[in-house]
Write a protein of this length. Structure first.
Length: 86
């Protein structure tokens, strides 16, 4: 039995899936949608702040919480890493 036709079909499907993934990434990069995704993920608390026992918030919220901002940790524009004063 000759099964070369089945192998060619499977290879074609795998290559088509890879090409579609690459095209989607290229479209996201060229339309600027990828930048929106990375900006949204940066708004989440960075692991450095969380690992230090803090959380990312505004300076005003940190002061009303009774905390102080931790220097050297970047939480994004207008935000600080807030740790509770002991």
């Amino acid at each position: 039995m000759n099964k070369k036709g089945q192998g060619l079909s499977l290879n074609t499907i795998i290559i088509a899936i890879i090409v579609i993934i690459v095209l989607v990434i290229i479209i996201l990069i060229t339309t600027g949608q990828l930048q929106k995704f990375t900006t949204a993920t940066e708004k989440q608390a960075p692991s450095d702040c969380v690992n230090s026992g803090g959380f990312c918030t505004s300076t005003e919220s940190c002061e009303s919480y009774g905390g102080s901002s931790l220097s050297g940790v970047n939480c994004g524009e207008g935000r600080v890493c807030c740790v509770r004063n002991v």
